[in-house]
Write a protein that binds this ligand. Sequence first.
Ligand code: SF4
Length: 445
Amino acid sequence: MVLLVKPESVDNGFSLDMALRTEPLELEYISAMLKEAGIPCYLYEVAVDPCSFDELLKKYHPKAVAVTGYITQENRIKDYAQQTKAFDPGILTLVGGPHAQRNAERFYEPYIDFICRSDNIYAILDVLSQKPFENIDGLCYHTCEGWQENPLRAFDMNRLPIPDRSHMERYLFSYRYLDVHPVALLKTSSSCPHHCSFCYGRLLNLGRYYQRDLSLVIKEIQEISSPNIQIVDDDFLYDEKRLWQFVSLIRSHQIHKTFICYGRADFITAHPELMKALADIGLKYVMIGLEAVSNRQLDSYAKGTSLDMNCCCIRLLRDLSIHPVGLFIVDIRFRRKDFRNLRRFIRSLELAYTGVSIFTPIPGTALYRQYEKRLLTKDPEKWDFMHLVVPPVHLSLFGFYLEYFLLVMELFRLAQKKGIYRFLHLNDYKHIFRKLLFHEGLHRT
Ligand code: SF4
């Protein structure tokens, strides 16, 4: 028996987990692989499972415990591995996921046996079947000379099985994307072919972009019971020919779903016909990294888009009844007028769906190395894009958080006026941001 663990989100009072809760897709691939190999497993998603970790350790006494998670969950990942070893030092502990993949050394702990750095989930099977460790793709493991890091090979996601969604079916109504629920996740490509300077996703899988064969994608969609599917590719709207094939396959298989995906303004504006066809087969939400409201700033991120393009993209999507979800970076170089400009831009385009993330250099990127000496904190829980981890350039911490608070409040009111986010409460929002303002803003000034 293998216990697969998705830790809870960090509960430091700032979590917006209620707005975005997703099925543990990466563990569902592993679950399918283990089941195919005849190895029983239990997928433990802490946020929805009624059992405690301790109860499950006692009940199953697993051979191995594998834990995944994001940077904010780094301490949780370690806690689960440590608890496992305290329960029985003979149980193997494995750690993986996007954060561990690029920052393995953060998990060099005596209670962690293996760190899986590759997208290649079969490395886990190799460990369990005791293949020689030195041959296992991207594996980190202890030797008498310390930790050993095996070289990484790019992994073709066509080798992934169809995920085992039995867990998802059990907790279907726990999963939402903003006001859409239930929602399933689907991955049709890995990594990203673009090179925006701040981005972490494009570095995964050695930066090699792979597309999943569309016949596998369609097979997977046909097995999904949820009426809504969030395609979690870093950039789904990339390959024109493949997207026309996708449209045609969805039509010919008479699939009726609502789709949500990520896309770029340059592609969307250059392909109005294709976007119309995608809207016709159910595309309802496109998350676009609009990032900034000036060309100078867009260029500084090497985004390869422009302000005109962003505006044009929003209008085009709206004409097709697709909701644009505008994602912006709140830069540490922001002055008061930049916050004002961002608010004005969003208001003028009546963008109801927005996400505003504070500029955050992520460990494992070149940007992180650039800012490493100026970090305000090393606490991984602060890497949630709502905290300043490097000092603002022109404003005090309090001044910056105050402007951020006003921005988020205005966006929240705009969204509620449009009748969305009804499941969120203004007071919760206010509470979160007051905490941010007075705990974080005053803390170091
Ligand atoms: S397009 Fe999106 S996913 Fe790709 S590199 Fe840029 S920010 Fe990252």
